[in-house]
Write a protein that binds this ligand. Structure first.
Ligand code: SAM
Ligand code: DTB
Ligand code: SF4
Length: 346
């Protein structure tokens, strides 16, 4: 190791694309070793943070994101629904809590929220928080006033993804710019809300784009507290419905590189788990992924069944991470419990 490398801190904001490409391309054993070394320095590698997703406003979105089944601009997009009632959201949140989730994430298919929509979302945040769950919402673009309103309602995390590199972005989305995404991230950060920001692998991007996404994330003034790495869910009727599949080792390399570059962040193995083998899941956890979405649905597409996740985590000897002070010292069930989930829903 060179003297320069030995003195480099773990948490950096000055990554070059060439450096990131070199990391992604390291011999697999070396990449995994470096990722594990850092993972163990900052986290207990047997712990996984569990979030549950709920689509509170589905479909009819005016944006044209090529991967998304909720865009009204694609053929066969999902049916547009109205914003869910607060009480219905609370029922789902109670069920998620009973099933062992630590964080409840609510997603809306909006370009950006209207003020009267935010009234309801703030009510939802206050209600979900009162259950002792961490709260996260993803509502599209936010200005600084909207961000402050969400902060005042008690919001813990805001999810807003960069999705890919700045260079490739234009071939995926034309209705909002990369800079607008960065502006939303800085409004959220300035309001004092934790940032959840990541991207998607498998949209036809190349190595340089994958490196570019990770470089932009890690070179933000502060690393996002959560970094969701989504494997594209190829939905029929979207422009990316027939995209070429990504091989699992390539995907694991991106997780490991994210772990190395953002060692203090939760790296989430997000969308795309439904068709992933147990072995691929295990490699992602070994590469430093320490967060997943549990529950049988993401926003509109399937996620592994509760019992499958329960078996997988148990086989790996992994358990849910105890959430910050929101958890108030109580022990969570070892893994999401489908019976408790069903009972709470009925
Ligand atoms: N409308 C809001 C927005 O785009 O900011 C919030 C919801 S949007 C569905 C949240 C994120 O989900 C997207 O930024 C994208 O990264 C991810 N996503 C959507 N469809 C996906 C798919 N088919 N496969 C993988 N990730 C997807
Ligand atoms: C994120 O990065 N992945 C989640 C969450 N943030 C909101 C969404 C995944 C959506 C997958 C496609 C769907 O179910 O509609
Ligand atoms: Fe709309 Fe979000 Fe889907 Fe883009 S990703 S089409 S903004 S719901």
């Amino acid at each position: 190791m060179t003297a320069q490398k030995m003195t480099q801190p773990d948490v950096r904001h000055d990554w070059t694309r060439a450096e990131v490409e070199a990391l992604i391309n390291l011999p697999f054993p070396d990449l995994m070793f470096r990722a594990q070394e850092l993972h163990r320095r900052y986290f207990d590698p047997t712990k996984v943070q569990i979030s549950t997703l709920l689509s509170i406003k589905t479909g009819g979105c005016p944006e044209d994101c090529a991967y998304c089944p909720q865009s009204a601009r694609h053929e066969k997009s999902v049916k547009a629904e109205r914003l869910m009632a607060v009480e219905k959201v609370m029922t789902e949140a109670r069920a998620a809590k009973a099933a062992g989730a630590g964080r409840f994430c609510m997603g809306a298919a909006w370009r950006s929220p209207k003020d009267h929509d935010l009234d309801s979302v703030c009510e939802m945040i206050e209600g979900v928080k009162s259950l002792g769950l961490e709260t996260c919402v993803t509502l599209g673009m936010l200005d600084s006033v909207q961000s402050q309103r969400l902060k005042d309602a008690g919001l813990d995390y805001y999810n807003h993804n960069l999705d890919t590199s700045e260079e490739f972005y234009g071939s995926i989305i034309s209705t909002r710019t990369y800079q607008e995404r960065l502006d939303t991230l800085s409004n959220v950060r300035d309001a004092g809300i934790n940032v959840c920001c990541g991207g998607i692998v498998g949209m036809g991007e190349d190595l340089s784009d994958r490196a570019g996404l990770l470089m932009t994330l890690a070179n933000l003034p502060k690393h996002p507290e959560s970094v969701p790495i989504n494997l594209l869910v190829r939905v029929e009727g979207t422009p990316l419905g027939e995209a070429e599949a990504v091989d699992p080792i390539t995907f694991v390399r991106i997780i490991a590189t994210a772990r190395i570059m953002m060692p203090e962040s939760h790296v989430r193995l997000a969308a795309g788990r439904e068709n992933m083998t147990d072995e691929a899941h295990a490699l992602c956890f070994l590469a430093g992924a320490n967060s997943i979405f549990c529950g049988e649905k993401l926003l509109t597409t399937p996620n592994p069944a509760e019992h499958r996740d329960r078996q997988l985590l148990s086989a790996l000897g992994m358990t849910p991470m105890v959430q910050s002070e929101a958890e108030m010292g109580t022990l969570r069930p070892a893994v999401p419990d489908v019976a408790a989930y069903e009972a709470a829903l009925s």
